[in-house]
Design a protein around this ligand. Structure first.
Ligand code: MN
Length: 288
């Protein structure tokens, strides 16, 4: 009998991460898996990373265990800078100026991020944990592309960016690797698709989590923590009522004007990666 806690994208919201860990731990869990994207955007990326890397939780049997973590595309971005490798599909190497928090990480932080696996399988229960998603033709659960797959074009290929497809990978995934619990694409509520459970809430200012159990009828329990709030148990939303962050279709003309306006506003920089490190003790929502 096993109860596994799983937590979606944290994005520097260490206070909410701590609250979610406490809530899942209080329900009695045997394992705790984080779905990656611990860093970027939020106020305390390094805190979130180090909590995940070094903290332990108390399992039901009283044993103290480390968290298990899969790699998110944001960790992968820093690792690629560290290792001098380009992002997938690009020839140029990522540069530290593109990734503002880079200089705030130690070598130990970067080596830790590099060590994270693409996926964690739970074969005895028929589930797998993965940050992004898989294309219909994917035969390898551990393919690094799977960190970034989000929306698919009409040929079933993963597309870069947002807004040019309505097909989110989880809507067409056939379950070949079991039920996948994923982050990466924000959902307003923890959402249950036929073969996928989506628990990234970042775009809706939430950390989502869940407990997976093989011991009673309540196999899947959902939790959410609004930024600044406390963790509550909620019900899974059905796929038919999914509220996804990028679930709209834009025309190429619209996208072109969007990109032009954004380039003008930002001088070509991607504001998601601030030019100055966002982390500082004064910005942290949790002082310790
Ligand atoms: Mn994310």
């Amino acid at each position: 009998m096993t109860r596994i806690g799983i937590i979606g994208d944290v994005h520097g919201h260490s206070k909410e991460l701590i609250d979610m860990i406490g809530a899942l731990e209080s329900k009695g869990i045997d394992r705790l898996i984080l779905l990656g994207d611990l860093v970027d955007r939020g106020p305390a990326s390094r805190d979130a990373l180090r909590i995940a890397a070094y903290w332990q939780f108390r399992a039901r049997n009283g044993e103290k265990l480390y968290y298990e973590i899969v790699k998110g595309n944001h960790e992968d971005g820093y690792v690629r800078v560290f290792q001098g490798k380009p992002k997938p599909g690009r020839k140029d190497k990522s540069s530290p100026s593109e990734l503002g928090l880079y200089k705030s990480f130690t070598k130990q932080d970067l080596n830790f991020m590099a060590s994270l696996p693409v996926a964690i399988e739970i074969p005895e229960m028929g589930y797998a944990c993965l940050h992004g998603g898989i294309e219909p033709r994917t035969t390898d659960l551990y393919d690094p592309w799977n960190l970034r797959t989000r929306y698919l074009n009409k040929d079933g290929h993963s597309i870069a960016g947002i807004g040019s497809s309505k097909t989110w990978w989880g809507q067409v995934y056939d379950g070949r690797f079991g039920t996948i619990v994923c982050g990466h694409e924000s959902h307003k509520q923890p959402t249950r698709y036929e073969n996928v459970i989506a628990i990234d809430g970042e775009g809706f200012r939430r950390v989502h989590g869940m407990i997976l159990s093989d011991e009673d009828e309540t196999k899947e329990r959902a939790f959410t923590c609004l930024y600044g709030g406390t963790t509550k148990e909620v019900s899974f939303v059905d796929a038919s009522e999914a509220d996804r962050y990028n679930s709209w279709e834009a025309t190429e003309a619209w996208l072109e004007s969007y990109r032009a306006k954004k380039a003008k506003r930002t001088g070509g920089r991607d504001l998601r990666y601030a030019s100055k490190p966002r982390w500082s003790s004064s910005q942290s929502s949790f002082d310790w």
